[in-house]
Design a protein around this ligand. Structure first.
Ligand code: MRU
Length: 369
């Protein structure tokens, strides 16, 4: 993905110093493009918890590189594995909903503990972190190749008018290592010359849509319009949305989808208006153990400041202002669960399937039983 014409990933090992991980600090976007250096596992835990990096796939890749930083630290400790397990606990406690986090940490633990010397373990941790990141980018690219067919089919019936796609939150390349999940079919369609237009939900309270999705679509030249979160129902009633495509932070093997809060309401509106509602995800976002998403997926509750304050550019500076009466309480449920019955289909790196156990396990038979 390009920023001002230069290709970036969202996370990488510093070119001239393998002990440093570099990230795009997403707290500064869209107003400042800043690269941050992380050198300890504590730095990485803070970056995940305080959302310097965020989004399902990128949280997984960050956890992978966090375990590599932990391995570098562990090489100087009396017990390598004790330090590694403590780091794993620390990273896994940062954010509860995105399942990619624990998936990446467990993959690292399984690989690294097989090494027979500290140097061997560090090498394995680096290789595994890079594999997790490369796989994320490759799977997202393949999601685009499968999902673009849906947009092509709609375009064929529109007589040259743009295909209107609604998305919620940021499931773009900033939420992954590259390409994005929900945005990958959109970029693929745009690159094939299909006329697309994206309705971007602003996504209160952190405004990932207004600040991140709008920014990255703009960097790629994709026409888009930012809308208040509650406008989607009106647009759907008036035929102004052809398809909804969102991402997910955890999807059960039965097809229930946890995503940024407000997604469920979009799915209800889509159902009521016969608008197809698709969820795009790499297989690292499936939870193969949970059957009932509404009851079993842990929903992250974040601090009230994200609700009562809003941040933006003012007189050339990023400032935070209070929105609510000083004494009002605020609640901040960061995700909600859309039941499988409201989901038209899942777009994965292996293809598109219905949101039900049979279809999902049909694509991923290795997870049967
Ligand atoms: O809280 P965030 O910004 O980490 O939320 C994650 C998301 O970006 C969204 O829920 C997204 O739609 C799914 S992650 C690709």
């Amino acid at each position: 993905m390009n920023v001002n014409g230069r290709h970036y990933r969202t996370i990488w090992i510093k070119e001239d110093d393998e002990s440093v991980i570099r990230i795009i600090d997403q707290r500064r976007l869209p107003h400042e493009f800043t690269i941050e250096d992380l050198v300890t596992v504590d730095d990485m835990a803070t970056a995940i918890k305080d959302m310097h990096v965020r989004g399902a796939g990128l949280i997984g890749a960050a956890a992978g590189y966090g375990m590599y930083l932990a391995a570098l630290e562990a090489a100087g400790k009396s017990s390598f594995d004790d330090h590694l397990y403590a780091a794993a606990e620390k990273l896994m406690s940062t954010r509860p909903t995105a399942v990619n986090l624990s998936w990446a940490v467990k993959r690292q633990l399984e690989a690294v503990t097989k090494g027979d010397s500290p140097a061997d373990k560090v090498a394995i941790a680096m290789r595994t972190a890079n594999e997790i990141a490369d796989e994320d980018a490759d799977f997202c690219r393949r999601i685009g190749e499968h999902g673009v067919r849906l947009i092509e089919e709609i375009a064929a019936g529109k007589n040259g008018r743009p295909v209107n796609i609604l998305t919620h939150c940021n499931a773009g390349w900033l939420a992954f290592v590259d390409y994005g999940s929900a945005t990958s079919p959109i970029y693929a369609a745009f690159d094939r010359g299909i006329d697309v237009h994206v309705w971007v939900d602003e996504t209160r309270p952190r405004n990932q849509g207004a600040s991140l999705t709008a920014w990255e679509l703009g960097q790629h030249g994709v026409p888009h319009t930012v809308i208040p979160d509650n406008a989607g129902g009106h647009l759907m009633q008036h035929g102004l949305v052809d398809i909804v495509i969102v991402g997910t932070d955890r999807t059960t093997y039965t097809g229930d989808v946890a995503n940024k809060t407000g997604t469920y309401l979009k799915a209800l509106a889509a159902k009521d208006n016969n608008v197809p509602f698709y969820v795009a995800l790499p297989s690292s976002t499936f939870d193969w153990e949970i059957r009932d998403g509404v009851r079993e997926i842990p929903i992250e509750e974040r601090g009230p400041d994200e609700v009562v304050y809003i941040e933006g550019l003012c007189d050339g500076e990023i400032k935070r202002v209070l929105l609510t009466p000083a004494g009002s309480r605020a609640a901040n449920y960061a995700f909600d669960v859309t039941p499988a019955r409201l989901v038209t289909g899942l777009i994965t790196e292996r293809g598109i399937c219905a949101a039900n156990e049979e279809a999902i396990l049909g694509l991923y038979p290795e997870h049967r039983g």
